[in-house]
Write a protein that binds this ligand. Structure first.
Ligand code: SF4
Length: 422
């Protein structure tokens, strides 16, 4: 029996509706933007900004400037260090290191990104942080740190629709990617993905994706050989992208990219273009696993953790999965222990129930972390959530300017700091 404190149980992992600004799932990736003007500059903020960059290829000059743990970004509130966590996997020991580092070396803020990574804001001692991360196993390859962009279904095959165990695939891809010197030259925006059959990750339109239904290149189903070694096939596809990319950062930026890459692997695309996939809806609460155990999904307000919150997570879980929708999943809990775990996390400030007003509300960095912001986005969003008595029906994303960084996939209401809405 599940604890009655969690009336909401995710049973399908799927959500309704379409992608923002999307005309039906067959348009190029750079059309997948909110219906607003986007202006690009070489600056970074709270999100991985998967979509924004693809809209401005004509104006780019030089390599991508994605931050990492070694190549930090000079944000308005100080150096920002992004830590890649393939598959969103972070161990208890790693959480403890990140929590202490955020508090002692930074601004006590850890942000969850739209690719399931974590980033520490305002780092005062970047070299010291790099040493701590390396010692914790969070920086296994200096040469490849910015290309370890691997997302995976957080339940890894345990959920009602999960039929593929993705954990071993993530580990193998990470290991073989880091062992391939040429692939260190991938753009920092290139994304690998594994969907366990749930469909939550397929919606991200990764450059190279694999799941029970086969391979996708930039969202386009492709009849690639390689069922015996999907990881090898994914790496070969990444290599083929390097062959043809020119100055492109994403496969969707290459004209007929899926076809071109497939052809270099001796295969053909299976359809006419990208196929829309459903994504994961915002959620907090218990998820039943097929093996009788349960997972607990919790939401840190606005996708931000304090050092202390990271340390509480470290105390209650041996390992967590950070999701691309900025929640955290604790897997393989006994039904009898989930209530106590949830109560501990709720006391630490996490939303643990789907009805929480924090579920479905996200925000960009805003002031003072971003010099472009028209105001204190985080503060205004927190004040707005304080007036809610439940989760918003449609997800809401707060922004400080028209760039709309970190806008989540799916139906979303955009709120501009200061009052504008669309
Ligand atoms: S203020 Fe604008 S540029 Fe800055 S993080 Fe928010 S949306 Fe991005």
């Amino acid at each position: 029996m599940l604890a009655p404190a969690f009336p909401s149980t995710r049973d399908s992992g799927l959500k309704r509706g379409s992608l923002p600004g999307h005309s039906g799932g067959t348009v190029p990736d750079f059309h997948r933007l909110p219906p607003i003007a986007i202006v690009w500059a070489e600056a970074y903020d709270s999100g991985d900004r998967v979509e924004t960059v693809t809209n401005v290829r004509a104006g780019r000059s030089g390599p991508d400037a994605c931050p990492g743990a070694l190549r930090t970004h000079d944000a308005a509130d100080g150096p920002l260090a992004r830590v890649r966590t393939p598959g969103g996997a972070v161990t208890s020991a790693q959480l403890a290191v990140l929590g202490a580092a955020a508090r002692e070396l930074g601004l006590d803020v850890i942000e969850l990104t739209s690719r399931g990574n974590m980033q520490v804001r305002g780092v005062r001692a970047t070299e010291r942080l790099a040493v701590l991360l390396a010692n914790a196993g969070l920086l296994p390859s200096a040469s490849h740190e910015r290309v370890r962009n691997i997302v995976a279904s957080p339940l890894g095959g345990r959920g009602p629709r999960g039929t593929l165990a993705t954990d071993p695939l993530v580990a193998a891809l990470d290991r073989r990617l880091c062992a391939n010197p040429r692939l260190a030259g991938l753009p920092g925006r290139f994304l690998f993905a594994f969907d366990d059959g749930t469909g939550d990750i397929a919606a991200l339109d990764a450059d190279v994706a694999y799941g029970p239904a086969g391979f996708r290149l930039g969202g386009t189903p492709v009849d690639l050989a390689g069922g015996e070694d999907p990881v090898g096939t994914m790496l070969a596809a990444a290599g083929a992208f390097l062959d043809v990319r020119g100055d492109a950062w994403r496969l969707a930026e290459v004209p007929n990219g899926a076809s071109v890459v497939a052809a270099r692997l001796g295969r053909t695309v299976a359809g006419e273009g990208p196929v829309r996939a459903e994504g994961a809806s915002p959620f907090a609460g218990v998820i039943e696993q097929r093996d009788g155990l349960v997972s607990l999904e919790v939401v840190p307000p606005l996708g931000r953790l304090s050092g202390a919150q990271a340390e509480v997570l470290a105390e209650v879980a041996g390992e967590v999965r950070v999701t691309p929708w900025r929640s955290v999943v604790l897997r393989d809990l006994a039904p009898g222990e989930v209530r106590a775990t949830a109560e501990r996390l709720a006391a630490a400030g996490f939303a643990t129930d789907a009805a929480s007003p924090w579920v479905g509300v996200t925000a960009c960095t805003g002031s003072p972390g971003c010099a472009r912001s028209r105001g204190d986005v985080q503060g205004e969003a927190r004040g707005w959530v304080g007036g809610l008595d439940g989760a918003p029906e449609t997800p809401v994303h707060w922004v400080g300017c028209e760039r709309c960084c970190g806008t989540p996939r799916g139906p979303v209401v955009l709120k501009m700091v200061g009052g504008a809405e669309r």
